[in-house]
Design a protein around this ligand. Structure first.
Ligand SMILES: [Zn+2]
Length: 360
């Protein structure tokens, strides 16, 4: 099996351009983002009485301007009737409050995602940054890099300037009837705690949020201040659940292009994580902190923004390996981990208990 052999049946739309039809009544709109990851895909689900919008882009002034332009041009005459938000991250939830307020729309999202957004909204960006910096310090990051993370700051509240009133809290197993089609809500963890994917069994469509991107690995960061303990374990367990979907499912991801090859993609992700864990366990023959281990997984020194993501990821790896009993904590300041004595070896990690080979 070639892990990355995916097929891309539909040409991607331009950023800020006309929506592309993915299936009957399902349209793919691409919004610009001012990051290295320069776009997000949002989905429009056609209905008689107006369309459902899935995800909203940032809540920045430029992003709202982009929406106004779209409504004036390619979305002219289309009435949006509700908004579904997959998860609390800035590029998904960002513009929801303003769009909902301007157009009187109900917003649907899961309770946990809404709570995460609420926690980050109660704090100033400086407070959020201070909490992160403190964690990174405990995990061995040196002062000059701590300063870089602090200077880069946190931008949650600038990019999600308002929280919408949520009309309906989505939960795993719910069915949303949209445009004559039943969409089952499948909640997945790890990238965020209770991300909502939407699955149409009749048409084999999965709106996958950030859980299964075609060509980049979803960031899985540990954020203890948001109540997370083992997000990488949650992420892998969620893949296990999505492995039950049929092979011919068309995946609609939030970044990158629509693709077939769900199981191949999952196998590729699991193989990638497994390789990372083998390297980390080899490095942890001696006690190592998360900061020590950055060089084991990342060849280049990350810039300040990427450093925060990389530290969050490394903390998630360590929490996962610690939960599995592969690593033990050997010192407190900073937190250093070593392969647990008597651990049968990293081969155990390679045992395929995350999920079996796809059988669909
Ligand atoms: Zn995300």
């Amino acid at each position: 099996m070639i892990p990355h052999m995916l097929t891309y049946p539909i040409p991607e739309p331009a950023r800020g351009g006309s929506p592309t039809r993915v299936a009957a009544g399902v349209h793919w709109l691409r919004l610009a983002l001012p990051y290295r990851l320069d776009h997000i895909n949002v989905w429009l689900l056609e209905e008689d009485e107006g369309w459902t919008l899935v995800d909203t882009g940032l809540g920045s002034r430029a992003s709202l301007q982009q929406w106004r332009e779209l409504f004036r041009t390619v979305l002219r005459g289309i009435r949006i009737r509700r908004i579904v938000v997959t998860h609390y991250h800035v590029d998904h939830l960002g513009a929801a409050a303003q769009l909902a307020a301007e157009r009187g729309l109900p917003v649907l999202m899961t309770a946990t995602e809404y709570r995460m957004a609420g926690i980050l909204h109660e704090r100033t960006e400086a407070q959020t940054t201070a909490v992160r910096v403190e964690q990174f310090h405990r995990h061995g990051l040196d002062m000059s890099r701590i300063r870089a993370v602090r200077d880069a700051g946190d931008h949650y509240r600038s990019m999600v300037p308002g929280l919408p009133a949520v009309d309906t809290f989505l939960a795993d197993g719910d069915t949303l009837r949209i445009g004559g089609r039943d969409w089952r809500v499948i909640t997945v963890g790890g990238h965020s705690p209770e991300q909502a994917c939407l699955y149409s069994a009749a048409d084999g469509l999965l709106i996958a949020g950030d859980q299964l991107l075609p060509d980049i690995n979803s960031n899985v960061s540990l954020r203890p201040e948001l109540g997370e303990e083992n997000p990488l374990g949650d992420y892998l367990a969620s893949l296990d659940r999505l492995a039950d979907l049929p092979r011919q499912t068309l995946v609609l991801p939030s970044h990158g292009v629509v693709y077939f090859g769900l199981h191949r993609r999952m196998a590729g992700i699991v193989a990638h994580r497994r390789r990372q864990h083998v390297r980390l366990l080899q490095a942890c023959a001696e006690p190592r902190s998360a900061a020590d281990l950055l060089r084991v997984l990342y060849r280049r020194e990350p810039d300040a923004f990427t450093l925060g993501l990389a530290m969050g990821e490394m903390m998630a790896h360590l929490a996962y390996l610690h939960h599995r009993g592969a690593l033990e904590l050997v010192s407190d300041a900073p937190l250093r981990y070593r392969v647990r004595s008597g651990y049968p070896g990293w081969n155990e990690i390679a045992d395929g208990d995350w999920f079996d080979s796809p059988s669909h």
